[in-house]
Write a protein that binds this ligand. Structure first.
Ligand code: ADP
Ligand code: MG
Length: 264
């Protein structure tokens, strides 16, 4: 049983403070959703947890089984068991999918044999209805939005991380692809005890990826945590109901302590 714990995380981009003390803890096999409006800081949270450059963590911790992930390079976080499915997966011309996965597996001390990997890739591709012809492409190159997300889900199924952050898995996906990807992730939570942090602003995704907890992120803070029923409340009332005036005022004041309004 593993735990990913985000403790009082504050982060900025340039002079703009984006995360204002995020607390969240997730264990193996659990699915938690982070929901929030555009610009709430959801992608920033995923970027900071994975160590993407350009973000400054001003305080807080990201602990994987008690080990601090902040300050160590992204590849080490990945080999420790963290994985991000990006909102907009990157195309990497010239780099083949099976080579990437083979190296990643070897880097984790696992079997990276290409022939065995190719067999496994075909089996896993079948599970999510990802056309085998795409397996011979450079990473994500010339794939549609939906195919890219299927490709990312495929990598997840091979690498079997401890925790995955799915940043808007639903963006760019049609309903069939969404169902295939979401079901594969749900299967991994039971087959491999994968812990999944599902970032989305639509409750639609959560009918397939069923979270036990939903965290609502507004203006860089988790303003409410509850059970799956929170998604229905959001659907009905929108995010406005979860933006208490004091939270908005506090976030604005932290962004702009002298009231200069330099970064509106
Ligand atoms: P979400 O994913 O919830 O829509 P983001 O984390 O992408 O939100 O963005 C939160 C805020 O931080 C937005 O106001 C966005 O413009 C700003 N932001 C995020 N990344 C950057 C960046 N690299 N440079 C400048 N501003 C950024
Ligand atoms: Mg985002």
């Amino acid at each position: 049983m593993s735990t990913l714990e985000i403790r009082d995380l504050h982060a900025s981009v340039g002079k703009k403070k984006i995360l204002h003390g995020v607390n969240l803890s997730i264990s193996s096999g659990e699915v938690h959703a982070v929901m929030g409006p555009n610009g709430a800081g959801k992608s920033t949270l995923s970027a900071v947890v994975m160590g993407k450059t350009g973000y400054t963590v001003t305080s807080g911790s990201v602990l994987l089984d008690g080990v601090e992930m902040l300050g160590i390079p992204t590849w080490k976080r990945a080999s420790a068991g963290l994985h991000l499915v990006m909102q907009y997966p990157t195309e990497v011309p010239g780099v083949m999918l099976n080579d990437v996965l083979s190296e990643a597996l070897k880097g984790r001390g696992r079997d990276g044999d290409i022939a065995r990997l190719d067999t496994l890739l075909k089996t896993e591709a079948g599970r999510i209805h990802f056309d085998e012809k795409f397996l011979d492409r450079p990473l994500n190159v010339d794939l549609s939005g939906g195919e890219k997300k299927r490709n990312e889900t495929l990598q997840l199924s091979i690498l079997k991380p401890l925790f995955v952050i799915l940043d808007e898995l639903d963006s760019g996906l049609d309903v069939d692809a969404l169902r295939d990807c979401a079901r594969r992730v749900m299967d991994a939570t039971s087959e491999d005890s994968l812990g999944a942090l599902v970032i989305t602003h639509y409750s639609r995704l959560l009918t397939e990826l069923r979270p036990s907890k939903i965290h609502i992120l507004v203006k860089g803070q988790i303003v409410k945590t509850g059970g799956p029923e929170l998604a229905d409340v959001l659907e009905r009332d929108g995010y406005a109901a979860f933006t208490p005036a004091e939270v908005a005022a506090e976030a604005d004041a932290k962004d702009d302590p002298m009231g200069l309004n330099l970064f509106p």
